[in-house]
Design a binder for this molecule. Structure first.
Ligand SMILES: *Cc1c(COP(=O)(O)O)cnc(C)c1O
Length: 333
């Protein structure tokens, strides 16, 4: 569905697309020049490498309408670096930063007329695909690739209720060597566990805790909060290094909160929830910071603090969204 057919903020997140798609191709030797084409005009052959062997990675960032009327992407350089790291892991051609900047700038300017007002935004989805037409290349990387930035005007991603999250200690989200890679294959691997949690517990997501220590959910990082304090797992190769997570840590430190990046066991998590001021949240570009009301551990429901949205969550979410629209300035490191 195109953005002119339906107003984005009323539509489900990610189902409405800008009409203009900046795209560049790698021919096996070099990147060609960017073109901006109609989004609906792009097609790939059925033998395309990524459709068979998952040679695909992506990014998700948002461009926000600023208080001065301009449109600005939030910390895009972090997403570019992460896409380059993902491309390396998948043995795909690594797109240069200047090309990524050019594509994102073009996605914003070409689709500027459909950027919703805040709290809506233009969600940008850079996508890098292996495009060799070769189903015999199961054990070989794709030599050719396509890189485009799909634009999607969006409103809220999370449901309006406090989230219900199942804690899963037995099955990991992905393999350790792919934890840091933002690739579609990771989502396919986590899908069964998340579906089961939804069916059995009416859960919104799953918090993966391989080996009994919490890491992240299927599509967002996880933080524990109370007034003046933030706790989250230390970065490792086995989970995604979120830009939102990093931003929240920097904001909490700027407020002189106690910030702890350390392993948290499922037992400690359960104890944490009993504190009256306990809060927990999902941190990601789409979600921003979504409050968690209930955890389900070994089939048992545990309320997080009061079960309602708390002051620490509101404070950080408020600051971050003000920075994103230029209402508040902040120098991220
Ligand atoms: C994208 C993603 C995140 C969040 O990263 P942000 O940069 O904050 O958007 C967290 N976990 C997974 C698995 C992701 O794919």
């Amino acid at each position: 569905m195109s953005a002119t057919e339906k107003t984005a903020t009323a539509a489900a997140f990610g189902t409405v697309f800008g009409e203009h798609l900046p795209i560049a191709r790698f021919d096996g030797q070099a990147w060609g020049t960017m073109e901006v084409v109609p989004t609906q005009s792009v097609s790939f052959g059925v033998a395309t490498h990524c459709l068979h062997y998952a040679s695909e990675c992506f990014e998700g960032l948002k461009a926000h309408k600023q208080v001065d009327g301009s449109i600005k992407a939030f910390r895009a350089e972090k997403n570019f670096a992460r896409l380059q790291a993902s491309a390396e892991c998948l043995y795909l051609p690594v797109p240069p930063t200047e090309l990524l900047e050019e594509l994102v700038a073009a996605a914003i300017s070409a689709n500027a007329s459909v950027v919703p007002d805040s709290p809506g935004s233009l969600y940008l989805r850079p996508n890098l695909l292996g495009t060799d037409l070769n189903i015999g290349a199961a054990s070989k990387p794709s030599k050719t690739a396509a890189l485009y930035v799909l634009a999607s005007p969006v409103g809220a991603y999370l449901p309006p209720h406090m989230l219900r999250i199942v804690v899963e200690s037995a099955i990991p989200r992905t393999t350790p060597q792919f934890g840091r890679v933002k690739c579609g294959a990771n989502y396919a691997m986590a899908l069964g566990v998340i579906r089961k949690a939804a069916e059995e517990h009416d859960a919104d997501q799953v918090l993966f805790a391989p080996g009994g220590f919490i890491e992240e959910t299927g599509a967002a990082n996880f933080v524990l909060l109370e007034e003046g304090r933030l706790i989250t797992s230390p970065l490792s190769d086995s989970f995604l290094h979120g830009v939102t997570r990093d931003s929240l840590l920097q904001l909490a430190r700027s407020l002189d909160w106690q910030v702890e990046e350390r392993p948290v066991s499922v037992e400690e998590l359960v104890e944490w929830c009993k504190r009256p001021g306990a809060e927990a949240g999902l941190a990601g570009t789409a979600a921003i910071l979504g409050g968690v009301g209930t955890l389900i551990v070994k089939g048992e429901e545990i309320q997080v603090g009061t079960g309602k949205s708390g002051p620490a969550t509101e404070k950080l979410r408020g600051m971050l969204t003000e920075i994103q629209v230029g209402k508040r300035s902040f120098d991220f490191a």
